[in-house]
Design a protein around this ligand. Sequence first.
Ligand SMILES: *[C@@H]1O[C@H](CO)[C@@H](O)[C@H](O)[C@H]1NC(C)=O
Ligand SMILES: *[C@@H]1O[C@H](CO)[C@@H](O)[C@H](O)[C@H]1NC(C)=O
Ligand SMILES: *[C@@H]1O[C@H](CO)[C@@H](O)[C@H](O)[C@H]1NC(C)=O
Ligand SMILES: *[C@@H]1O[C@H](CO)[C@@H](O)[C@H](O)[C@H]1NC(C)=O
Ligand SMILES: *[C@@H]1O[C@H](CO)[C@@H](O)[C@H](O)[C@H]1NC(C)=O
Ligand SMILES: *[C@@H]1O[C@H](CO)[C@@H](O)[C@H](O)[C@H]1NC(C)=O
Length: 453
Amino acid sequence: MMMFWWFLALLLGPVDIYRAHECDVFTYLDLYHAIIGTSLYVKLLLYTRANLTCGQELSHHNLSAQPQFNLTKPTTFVVHGYRPTGAPPNWLNNIIEQLLARGDMNVLVVDWNRGAANINYLKVVTYSRDTADNLTAFIRNMQENGASLSSIHMIGLSLGAHITGFVGAKFNGKIGRITAVDPAGPQFNGKPPEDRLDPTDAQFVDVVHTDMDAFGFRKPLGHIDFYANGGADQPGCPLTILSGSGYFKCDHQRSVLLYLGSLNRTCNIRAFPCTSYTDFLDGLCMDCDQFKPAGCPVFGYDIIEWKESLVPLQQTKAFFTTNKQTPYCKTSYWVDIVTWNRDTRWGYITIKLHNGSEVTEATINHKASSFKKYSETRLLAQFEKDLQKVHKISIKFSRVNAFKPKYKLRVLRIRLTHLERKDRSVFRHILFPLKCHLFSTWHLFFYFSLSCC
Ligand SMILES: *[C@@H]1O[C@H](CO)[C@@H](O)[C@H](O)[C@H]1NC(C)=O
Ligand SMILES: *[C@@H]1O[C@H](CO)[C@@H](O)[C@H](O)[C@H]1NC(C)=O
Ligand SMILES: *[C@@H]1O[C@H](CO)[C@@H](O)[C@H](O)[C@H]1NC(C)=O
Ligand SMILES: *[C@@H]1O[C@H](CO)[C@@H](O)[C@H](O)[C@H]1NC(C)=O
Ligand SMILES: *[C@@H]1O[C@H](CO)[C@@H](O)[C@H](O)[C@H]1NC(C)=O
Ligand SMILES: *[C@@H]1O[C@H](CO)[C@@H](O)[C@H](O)[C@H]1NC(C)=O
């Protein structure tokens, strides 16, 4: 029997029979490899809609050897970054499946784990140049076989973001799109454009920053740079080293989770073009008239829809805040308050929205707000959830200085305007003082409940 199979295999060509059902996988390494160091090997794994979970290694030189690689379809490269432990990235399967759910394309995972797994980061930085040269040769080969540069999208994570930039520069920015997911900072901050990613590297370059005070890059690198929660510290991430390794990577990895959330359309995160995060929090940048009719840019995969309006602007910084876990998107309201205290009051506002089944809260405390008699104070309130049919609002007013005597904030009028959906806005005239008593009881008025401390 064995002989028969051997004979058949020889007749039909042994490799083909087995290759068709075998999957090629991302290189698995461990800390041992990282310590002794690895030398560069660039493995290209192709994923298509024919089988979302089964990768096929491509030949760098003979593209027709893999018939699934159809060059008339768009190609998305996914380029990982530094891998200090050698383990495969845990987001890999997720991003492959989500990309293929979005479009019929070739997803090419650039596995340069041999090279990226090395405790010597400086060595890995030099390999990132070699990886870029290798990919450049491969893309030239694709071009010779009929692929267009416009149909190429490269998604680079961390160090991988600069690799995509180096490749893009070799093609004089003719590659369709580069997405940089928290591009690496160390060894790249402060470098001239040719030594890092920059907006001239592709027709459209979009970037998200989540850890610019540690592993990420500080300055803008693309046509649009999203700074999630200001770009440095992410909600829900440990603030001290006592929390273990999460302290080091949580902020940096959040960029990937946010990007995956945009791919699977968990929720749309609107971002607001602004010069600084503080100005954004102060509500100074809520006007997106220049992007009419699309409105403020939506973070992530779909930002390509704003390409025509963003590219002429050359460089745009955009800000948003997120929740500490998925779904990450927040819901923004304008809060306009008119008060009638004789003297100007300073304090922090906390607002709760109730709709009978759920409650959501927003605290405006990045700086003290001032309330002047009969003039409207406009605040930006960002809630965790988007509640339907809000029928009760609670407000808490806290003084700036807890040692000063207590005082009341006398509210004359309050208006909550949903930034996205005007039908979810709430407006009330109230002639009821927000008393400033610690532990005060809840006051109900119309369908408002007022409380303060
Ligand atoms: C790219 O790297 C692969 C594996 O490391 C190698 O086989 C291939 O020849 C390289 N391509 C070029 C153009 O050097
Ligand atoms: C994808 O490939 C895997 C491994 O060969 C196989 O088990 C699975 O059935 C394939 N799925 C489809 C939809 O072909
Ligand atoms: C490329 O691969 C195809 C399919 O396996 C094969 O027929 C062809 O001879 C190869 N070409 C070269 C130059 O090796
Ligand atoms: C390649 O993709 C194009 C566009 O989706 C399609 O029309 C064509 O049939 C595909 N070719 C092969 C060999 O599958
Ligand atoms: C979408 O991706 C996020 C990762 O950011 C994940 O937490 C969430 O469960 C995914 N949702 C769906 C519906 O797949
Ligand atoms: C409250 O809002 C949530 C989220 O929009 C919604 O699912 C729920 O049905 C609402 N409850 C009521 C009673 O309207």
